[in-house]
Design a protein around this ligand. Structure first.
Ligand code: F6R
Ligand code: MG
Ligand code: MG
Length: 365
């Protein structure tokens, strides 16, 4: 029986400001998940968080985009929003962009990463949860995991991985997709995914077996709402071992503090800092952007875990690197390349200021 792993996330209110999640909101999520397990809709579930985002990690037998599972997530976020309202948490219901659920959570605000799998005899997976960054933040690390032999030794020396991987890329503005085969098409692939604000990696599959190895959320809040309503704070699921990168090859992709969009007001570049769950509360300049990795073994659909994978001193150097990069970028204040280019900014006073100044411009000599 194929199983589905669904990670659906939303910011339904921050504590304090946009920095973290409140236990009572997470408890509301846990209660809703427990009921859904009891009713038989879900096999298992785990509720977690990164910064001000609540992540629902669910396993079930209903496939991707299943109406009842999506409705469960929506209703859970509504329940969390009620708690957030009661506690006057900041931005209660922030990511719930539509008034009522209408069949699918996509396009309604929350982000989703889902994959249908035939569970292997042993099925290690890692769920990645980010805050203060956007869809596309996984482009570079996914490339490192599945296409870069300097990161993933298995691409060179492990027979099950030697045929490479197929990368599905989404054009988030035009709502279309394309698949590239690696290694032979890496140069073409990189032309697109090197520009993560426009082209986001959605899925990666083994070319030897066709099995899905990784999926990420590509939902762009600003494109859904047509205005700034918060950053996308993406989620991803990565299967490990065997035909896929080993756990250590997946995590190795985060040993450099790659610079991503997000940080303060979703309008700055900042380093992605891999942290243990206890440190997933971005505070300095609302950042730097954070990433948590939860490891599970799936056993007949049950989520055995999680293990907090970045709770490991071998990531101390990348955390130090992230702090050093933050120091350098912050010194740029409102200047690019810390501030995003004009057309990428989530907040801007430019139209209003430009209108006010319009009459004061005169031709240069
Ligand atoms: C970024 C983020 C925060 C807020 C900032 C201002 O994704 O959530 O950096 O943009 O704290 O928040 P508001 O506009 O709600 O006062
Ligand atoms: Mg928020
Ligand atoms: Mg957030």
């Amino acid at each position: 029986m194929p199983q589905t792993l669904s990670v659906i996330k939303a910011d339904v209110g921050g504590f304090v400001g946009h920095s973290a999640s409140h236990e009572e909101v997470l408890d509301a999520g846990r209660e809703a998940m427990a009921q859904a397990i009891q009713s038989g809709l879900l096999i298992d579930a785990h509720v977690s968080h990164c910064g001000d985002d609540m992540f629902l990690i669910m396993s079930h037998e209903h496939g991707e985009n299943h109406e009842q599972v999506h409705k469960l997530a929506w209703d859970t976020f509504i329940a969390g929003t009620e708690v957030a309202k009661k506690l006057h948490l900041y931005g209660a219901g922030q990511d719930l962009l539509v008034d009522a659920f209408s069949g699918n959570i996509r396009g309604a605000g929350p982000g989703s990463a889902e994959m249908e799998i035939e569970e292997r005899p042993s099925e290690p997976v890692i769920v990645l949860m980010a805050d203060k960054t956007s869809a596309g933040a996984f482009n570079l690390p996914f490339y490192k995991m599945f296409a870069d032999p300097f990161n993933t030794a298995g691409l060179v020396i492990a027979e099950p991985m030697h045929d490479g991987f197929a990368f599905e890329v989404h054009d988030v503005k035009e709502h279309r997709k394309i698949v590239f085969n690696t290694p032979e098409e890496i140069y073409d692939l990189l032309v697109f995914i090197g520009s993560p604000a426009r082209y986001a990696l959605k899925r990666v599959a083994s070319r030897q077996t066709g099995e899905i190895g990784a999926v990420s959320s590509t939902d762009k809040l600003s494109l859904i709402a047509g205005r700034y309503v918060g950053k996308d704070d993406p989620a991803a699921i990565v299967r490990c071992q065997g035909h896929f990168p080993a756990v250590g090859e997946v995590l190795e992709a985060f040993t450099t503090a790659y610079i991503v969009e997000g940080f303060m007001r979703g309008s700055h570049y900042g380093p992605l800092m891999p942290v243990a769950l206890r440190d997933a509360h971005p505070a300095r300049f609302d950042g730097p952007p954070r990433l948590v990795a939860l490891g599970f073994q799936i056993a007949d659909g049950k989520l055995v875990g999680p293990r907090d994978m970045f709770d490991d001193p071998s990531f101390d150097n990348v955390r130090q690197e992230a702090n050093n990069i933050s120091d350098i970028l912050r010194k740029h204040g409102p200047f690019e390349p810390h501030r995003l280019p004009l057309d990428e900014m989530e907040y801007t006073t430019m139209p209003a200021v430009a209108a006010k100044m319009e009459s004061r411009w005169s031709p240069t000599e």
